[in-house]
Write a protein that binds this ligand. Sequence first.
Ligand code: MOS
Length: 764
Amino acid sequence: LMQGAMAKAVALAPDSWIPGGEPDPLIRHQHGSIGKPVSRIDGPLKVAGAAPFAAEFPMADMVYAAIAYSSVARGRIASLDVAAAEAAPGVVLVMSHHNAPRLKPAPLFMSDPKAAAGDSIPVMQDDAICWNGQPIAVVLAATQEQADHAKSLIRVTYEAEAADTDFEAAIAAGTKPSQFMGQPLHDKLGDAEKALAKAPVSIEADYRTPRHNHNPIELHAVTLAWDGDTLRIHDAQQAVAHSAWTLAQVFDLQPEQVLITSPYVGGGFGSKTLWQHHIIAAAAARMAQRPVRLMLAREGVYRTVGGRSLTQQHVALGAEEDGTLTALIHRGVTAKTAHNVMPEPFILPTRSAYAARTMLLDVQQVELDMISNTFMRAPGEAVGTFALECAMDELAEKLGMDPIDLRLRNEPEKDPISGLPFSSRHIAQAWRDGAARFGWDARSAVPAARREGEWLVGLGCATATYPYYRMPGGAARITLSREGEATIDIAAHEMGMGTSTAQTQVAAERLGLPMERIRFNYGDSTLPGLVLAGGSQQTASIGAAVIAAYNKLVAELLALAGNDSPLAGLKPDEVGSQDGGLAKLDDPGRHESYASILSRAQRAAISVEAEPPQPLETMHWSMHSHGAMFCEARVNVVTGEPRVTRFLGSFDCGRILNPKTAASQFRGGIIMGLGLALMEETQFDERNGRIMNPSLAEYHVPVHMDVPEIDVMWTDIPDPHTPMGARGIGEIGITGTGAAVANAIYNATGKRVRDLPITLDKLL
Ligand code: MOS
C-alpha cells in the first residue's frame, strides 16, 4: 500500500523551505506516509517488555543507591553520623559532604544553550541546606534493600535557620519582576487601567493554582559506570545532549567524555532533565569504582525533581456592550527559588489571545526555600489559560453573551503585542467545528438549569493555545546505503509521544522511500544534534535538521551521479526524491535510483550531516497552536463530587503527521488537564517547607475511572511556515482544559471556583 502510494507522489524540490520564506514542499504531498495513522514502531517492544528502560540495563558488578534527604528547609548540617550505615550488610560506600569529591556547580537551564540543570546548588560540597528534601548522603550497597536499610541508620542533626516557605508572607515582604528565557514577563498596550475604569461592562477576579509535582510512571533513574575518565549513562532523559554537556562541566571533563543513552522513556513532561541524582550517582560510582544504579523512589522524585510552582493571578476585563474587549489585565505572582531560572510564566497565552484595545500583563515573583520548580507540561499556559479563560466565561455571563461568540468577537487580525501576522490561525474554524460536534447548542445560558437525578449537569468551554518553538542548534545525519536504506541520526527523544514513528514517516516521504527502509536513531548523546524534547518543538526541530541534511544529500548525490546519469546537468533545486531515487521535478521520467547512483560511483553508502537554519520564521510571524475545548461536567448535589462526563478538544495545530499518535498526544494532555482541574495538588507545609504527600496514594492524578471518553478533532490546515506544515501538539492539550472544566462546573451549579483543584468540599 505504502509503495503504491509512493509511486503517485510528486518529486520534491529539496531546498525550498526557508524559515521566513518559502514553504516546505512536503506540505503539498497528499499521498505518502504523512497523515497515515501508523502504529508506534516502538509499541510492540514496549508491550512485550523488550524495550529496556534506564533502570533495567544490567552492568557487571553493579551496586544500588539510596539517598537520604534533609528534613529542614534552611540551615546547616550540625552532625552526620554514618558509622552504622557504613557497617551495615552489603554497604560499599556512604558518600556525604564529608567525603564527596570536589565538583563544579551544574550550569542551570538557559544559562547556556547546552545547559540542563534544574538547580545550581552544589551537591554535597558543604553542610549548607537550601530546601527540605535536599540530598545529604547516599549509600551504595550490593542490593537495593541493603542500601535502603543502611540509609535508615544515618543519624543527622541540623542547625535550622528561619526559612522563607510562606507564599503570602513572601508576597507581603515584596515581589520582584519576573523573567522567562531572558525576556521580562511584562507587556503593556495603551492604558489598560484607565480603559477598565471607563468600560461599560467589566469583571475582575482572583485565581489561584497550587504546586504540582511530576509523576511520570517511570521513576527517574540512571544506570551508569566510569571507564577511566569516560562516564557512560543509561538514563531517563528528554535532553541527552544537554545533560551530557552539563555533567561534563560538573566533573570537569570534555563533553565527549560523557555518553548518555535513553532509548525509551516512561514519560517526562518537563521533568526528565538533569537533577542532583545524576551527579550523586556519578560521583559515588567514581569513588566506589563500581557501576551504580540509582532509581529514585517515588518520594525521591518529590524531594529532588522540581514541579510546577504555585500562582496567584488577577484578571480584569473591560468590554463594550457588544463584547469588544477594551481592557485586558492579567497580572499576579508566582514563586521560585534563588537557585533556578524557571518562573511559572502564566501571561504567555494571554499575549496573543484576544484583540483587546489595551493590555497590561505582568508576572511578579517571590523566592522561597523549596525544591527548584521546573517545566511541567505547558508551563505558563496550563495555569494562565485557567485564569484568563475562566475570566472570559465570567465576562460572557455578565454581557449575556454566548462564551464562544465573545471569543470570536475578539479574534485578533494580528498578534496584539508583537504586531506580527499569524503564520496560520484557524481557531474560529476549530470553535465552529467543535461546537457542532459537541452539541454546544444544548447548553443552557442559565446555570444550574439541568438536573438528572442527584446530578447537576453543565457545559463549558475554553481556548487552548501553545506557542510554536524551534530551538536552534544541532545537526542531523542522513546515511543512505546502496541497498536503498536510509538512517537518520539525531540526538532527539522518544518519551512515548510517537516521535520515532512520525519522524520515520516524514523521512520516508522526504526521501521517497517506504517506511520499512528508514531507520530513525535517537536518544543518544553521541549522535549529532541538540534537540530538547521540550516546548513541543521536537517535530519542527528534527524536521528542520532533516531538511538541511537532505538538501546536502541531494547535492552530493547529483555530484556522484555525474554525466552518465539521466540526471546529468541538473541542479539541486531542479530535482526531488521519488520512488527510491532522484527525479527531475517537471520531468519525472528523468529518474535514477539511489542504488544506481551509488553503485556507479562504487560507493556502499553516502553520509551527510548538516545544521538547520536559525529559527527565523518566528521573527516573521506570530506562531501558535490553537484549540477550542468543550467539557460536560456533573456535580452531585448530595456529595459535591464533580465528574467530567464528556470532553472534546478541537485543535488547529497545522498539519497532523500521524492521526493515531497525535490523538494520543492530545488526549494525554487533556487527561493531565483534568488532573489540574480536579485533583492535583502538592500539599506543602508552609511552616517547614516539607512536601507532605510525596506518593501517588496521596497526590491524586486521574485514573481510568476518572477519565471519560475524550473526543479530539483538528483542522489539519498546514502552517505554510513550518517544516512539514506541522506545529507542536505535545503540550496544548493541558491548556484551556482547566478552565473548560471550571466553566462547565459553574454552568452545572452556579458555583464559581477560582482556586484549583476543584474538589468536592468547594462545591458543597
Ligand atoms: Mo515540556 S514542560 O516543555 O517537557
